[in-house]
Write a protein that binds this ligand. Structure first.
Ligand code: TYD
Ligand code: MG
Length: 467
């Protein structure tokens, strides 16, 4: 993987992480200009030593390996614990990634305090905030701070010896972008630095059997190579998402060597920090107005978890030559597609309408199963026709106006029934067992059928393909 011998420098691209033996103005791998940084030889000290001295590694029979020497560290937030796969595994490296201000430090201070609360030491390495700032946050969270040690340091060469001396039960590093290895000339936050500091921390974590949790910032476009490089190096990658203005936070497992990547934790950020959301679907729908125009409930699937979300649409006569399309929490290109299908396949004229769609509560929906809900909400707004507030809709739209199947329909429908809805418009073909009592599933195979089913007034009979 690395060219670096004991004395030879290598040059690492900040954009893609590619290594070259000599400096070039342009990265030969990704073509980025002026992105190569020198990694001096000191960084492969450990490697060189093991090659020269040849310390004999002991082979251990798998059956003799003790997997339970140290128990997993449990976290008091049930939702977080679940995403971790039941707790933090000893010796593991976890990255919690997310936009700045989303609540990573708040989450990790809680996690650190939980482990310290079990009577073991925890080290919180902070390169971003002063001890006083962290203390203020701790007061806000009601965390005592006993056995929680703050380490204001950014050099791995300072941090690792301190960790060795304290031998804590958990280490938090906030954030990996602020850490640096003095042996490397690139600035902190560059790919070369992130890679080397993570490597040093991983080596320590595995040797000491102590878990480390890192935070990492990602940019909107996700083109920062740093966190992407990190994803390959760590055991668990969790993404924290949500609208920083709103209070919901989703914690999603993107990679987990010890648990399922289908897990999603739902949390709420409040005055006293993060709390578990007991019944997410119920809470997401609690602020819904009873009016029912331009609002549809969609049983969405987050990982393996069905969650009911409210999709809202507002259409308005446009003053612009090219009407506006705005999607918040939904994919813009899917909105364009849904508008085109509505016009061409169901005769809903939108050419002179601005169309705004939104997922209530600042949530983000990427599941194509939300297409049908988006379409119904738009039609409801254009016609000013209300939709039964006890109706849910799910289905992916095809370009010919067909309603396509979605994974795990039965579980989605069951979630809608559980929360007291009465009907779900769903794709035909797949079996969606009627769940209980009066709940009904209305199966449709085209968008037109879905519109007929959702609105008492049937859509005007227009020629297929009309604009
Ligand atoms: P923070 O954890 O600092 O975010 P990150 O580390 O991801 O950059 O969280 C910052 C936001 O969280 C900030 O806008 C304030 C808010 N917050 C609360 O709403 N309640 C709280 O109890 C705390 C500690 C923070
Ligand atoms: Mg922070």
């Amino acid at each position: 993987m690395t060219n670096a011998g004991a004395g030879k420098p290598v040059f690492v691209c900040d954009k893609c992480g590619n290594e070259t033996p000599k400096w070039e103005g342009r990265c030969p791998s990704c073509g980025e200009w002026n992105s190569l940084g020198e990694v001096r030889a000191a960084r492969s000290r450990g490697k060189a030593r093991s090659r020269v001295v040849g310390t004999a590694a002991q082979a251990e029979e798998l059956s003799q390996v003790d997997a339970g020497r140290f128990p997993k560290a449990e976290i008091s937030l049930r939702e977080v614990n679940r995403v971790f796969g039941g707790g933090i595994v000893p010796g593991s490296l976890t990255m919690v990634a997310g936009d700045p201000g989303i609540g990573k430090s708040t989450l990790l201070l809680r996690v650190a305090a939980d482990v310290a609360g079990t009577g073991r030491e925890v080290v919180y390495v902070s390169g971003e905030e002063s001890s006083a700032q962290i203390r203020m946050r701790a007061d806000r969270l009601g965390v005592s701070g006993k056995r929680l040690f703050l380490l204001q340091a950014t050099g791995v060469d300072e941090v690792v010896p301190r960790l060795d001396a304290i031998r804590p039960a958990l280490v938090v590093v906030d954030s990996i972008q602020t850490m640096h290895d003095p042996a490397i000339s690139s600035p902190a936050g560059s790919v070369a630095q992130i890679r080397e500091t993570t490597r040093a921390l991983t080596e320590w974590a595995k040797a000491a059997d102590v878990p480390i949790v890192l935070t990492g910032h990602v940019t909107k476009s996700g083109d920062v190579a740093g966190p992407k490089v990190l994803e390959h190096m760590v055991d668990v990658v969790l993404y924290m998402e949500g609208d920083p203005i709103g209070s919901w936070r989703l914690l999603r497992a993107v990679k987990n060597r010890f648990g399922s990547t289908n897990e999603v934790g739902v949390l709420e950020m409040g005055e006293g920090g993060l709390r578990d959301v007991e019944d997410p679907s119920k809470e997401f729908l609690s602020e819904r107005s009873a009016a029912g125009v331009g609002s549809v409930i969609v049983p969405n699937l987050e990982g393996a978890r069905p969650l009911l979300v409210e999709i809202q649409a507002l259409t308005n006569r446009s003053m612009l030559p090219a009407p506006r399309r705005v999607a918040t929490g939904l994919d813009y290109n899917r909105l364009l597609m849904v508008c085109a299908v509505l016009t061409r396949r169901a005769g809903v004229p939108l050419a002179d309408q601005d169309v705004i769609v939104n997922v209530a509560g600042g949530l983000r929906v990427t599941d194509p199963g939300a297409d049908l809900g988006m379409a119904l909400a738009i039609v409801s707004s254009v016609r000013d026709a209300s939709i039964d507030p006890d109706l849910a809709a799910v289905g992916e739209l095809g370009l010919s106006g067909e309603v396509r199947g979605v994974p795990q329909l039965e579980r989605r429908v069951a979630e809608a029934a559980r929360l007291g809805l009465q009907t779900c418009i769903a794709p035909a073909g797949k079996r969606a067992a009627p769940v209980s009592g009066g709940f009904r599933t209305r199966q449709v195979s085209t968008l037109r059928q879905a519109l007929r089913s959702a609105f008492s007034i049937p859509p005007p009979p227009v020629k297929e393909g009309a604009n």
